[in-house]
Write a protein that binds this ligand. Structure first.
Ligand SMILES: *[C@@H]1O[C@H](CO)[C@@H](O)[C@H](O)[C@H]1NC(C)=O
Ligand SMILES: *[C@@H]1O[C@H](CO)[C@@H](O)[C@H](O)[C@H]1NC(C)=O
Ligand SMILES: *[C@@H]1O[C@H](CO)[C@@H](O)[C@H](O)[C@H]1NC(C)=O
Ligand SMILES: *[C@@H]1O[C@H](CO)[C@@H](O)[C@H](O)[C@H]1NC(C)=O
Length: 382
């Protein structure tokens, strides 16, 4: 459970929080449940209802925010994904002052063990909860391990697009650690998800008092709490005394592409191969033999591949097999206009998800290339 001293501290400062979200009265009086029950979603937490607060759903998936260790000093060898959603929410009672909260424990594991089946299911639940006609849910928070948080965030940004906030949140220190960051992160994420000004900005990542765009933000430090950054694009906002603010008016990221997953029932296998000296180009065919329907190569620079790899990539592209070149460098873009498909500003793991979506929605090679390169060419090749 969260450290008692931190809970006491948060409780003491709760009285000072100015909680006055400008919200129109809810039309759902008489039925305070805002999560649909007919979509297979198990509602595992349902808090009290106050008609003047926003309705925020929480999907809990596990990770360090739900992690536990026998030592307060342990921030590296704890067990992730053991604390349930009810315990997470009850450890931060201030949540109930900023939103009506209902939650579902989708799964409780470390995020490196999440797979495409689960995240596609989460995306479908997110659309059903937020975007179905008559929905009275104002925003969604997904609690998540940080290791693959940017991947799920990018998927949500690509496929959940009815304007309502989807906020990904996690923690770098387990719930049992001294100065655990989970409670404040969760309170800020729920506040953000219920904030009208968070709408129409795409999926958001909220940790460490910062708000980042899911398209650009990535994990940049394996250990520290200031890990989620977009070095070039920056944060789009942050939190002061747990209240969100934005540096810019609402808007979508330039290089965003959206997909309709209503008829997608599975995401194809797409592998990422990491570029380096002595890269073995034969690994590409081995990945295909193993079932890959597309490949992303994390190139050594701006998409650069060895001479022998380029020959192999061109052979496969001619056969209609999609290969996307991204970069293993943290910042910068792979330019368009080469034989291979350019990932543009997407890092390898995000390019992988966009390629999965492009294949799953039935695009041919030209369609796939357009989803990656059109905006890039429109901006940089005029
Ligand atoms: C309350 O509303 C939710 C969401 O619209 C719906 O799924 C549920 O069936 C309703 N419950 C009752 C008792 O009407
Ligand atoms: C809901 O709960 C039931 C019973 O525990 C379980 O079989 C099912 O897989 C759960 N569904 C989801 C989406 O978690
Ligand atoms: C409902 O929320 C409003 C706005 O935060 C608050 O002023 C009011 O006291 C709450 N009502 C109850 C019964 O908690
Ligand atoms: C994905 O993970 C879930 C839960 O761990 C598991 O039930 C499912 O079989 C996995 N799917 C694939 C394709 O491995």
């Amino acid at each position: 459970m969260f450290g008692r001293s931190l809970i006491t501290l948060l409780a003491a400062s709760a009285a000072q929080l100015a909680i006055a979200l400008p919200l129109e009265a809810r039309a759902n009086s008489g039925n305070s449940s805002f999560l649909p029950t007919d979509i297979g979603l198990n509602i595992t937490y349902s808090g009290p209802h106050n008609a003047s607060l926003p309705n925020v759903a929480i999907f809990a998936t596990g990770g360090t925010i739900a992690g536990s260790s026998s030592s307060e000093l342990d921030t590296t060898s704890y067990t992730a994904g053991v604390v349930g959603i009810a315990a997470l929410i009850e450890a931060v009672p201030q949540l109930l002052d900023v939103a009506n909260v209902q939650g579902s424990q989708i799964i409780n594991i470390a995020s490196e063990s999440l797979n495409s089946t689960i995240v596609l299911q989460i995306a479908k639940f997110a659309n059903a909860v937020l975007c179905a006609e008559g929905s009275t849910t104002d925003g969604l928070v997904i609690t998540h391990g940080t290791d693959t948080l940017e991947e799920t965030a990018f998927l949500m940004d690509s496929v959940v697009n009815c304007g309502k906030p989807v906020v990904l949140v996690g923690a770098m220190r387990p719930s049992t650690a001294i100065s655990a960051d989970g409670p404040a992160n969760l309170l800020e994420a729920v506040t953000l998800a219920g904030e009208p000004d968070a709408r129409d900005r795409g999926a958001l990542i909220a940790l460490n008092d910062r708000i980042g765009s899911a398209l650009y933000t990535q994990k940049n430090n394996a250990n520290t709490i200031n890990t989620f950054t977009a070095v070039e694009q920056g944060n789009i906002g942050g939190f002061l005394s747990t209240k969100p603010f934005f540096y810019y008016p609402a808007g979508q990221p330039t290089f965003k592409e959206t997909f309709d997953i209503s008829s997608v029932n599975e995401l194809p296998m797409v592998d990422v191969l990491y570029g380096h000296q002595s890269f073995d180009w034969k690994l590409i065919q081995e990945a295909i033999d193993n079932g890959a329907k597309g490949i992303v190569i994390a190139g050594t620079g701006a998409g650069s591949l060895s001479d022998l790899t380029i020959i192999e990539v061109e052979r496969l592209l001619k056969q209609g097999f999609p290969i996307v070149a991204s970069t293993k460098i943290n910042e910068g873009a792979v330019p368009a206009g080469r034989d291979w498909i350019s990932a543009g500003f997407l890092n390898p793991v995000k390019a992988r998800i966009r390629l999965q979506l492009a294949i799953a929605t039935g695009l041919d090679m030209n369609g796939i290339r357009a989803k990656f390169e059109n905006t890039l060419v429109g901006y940089l090749d005029k």
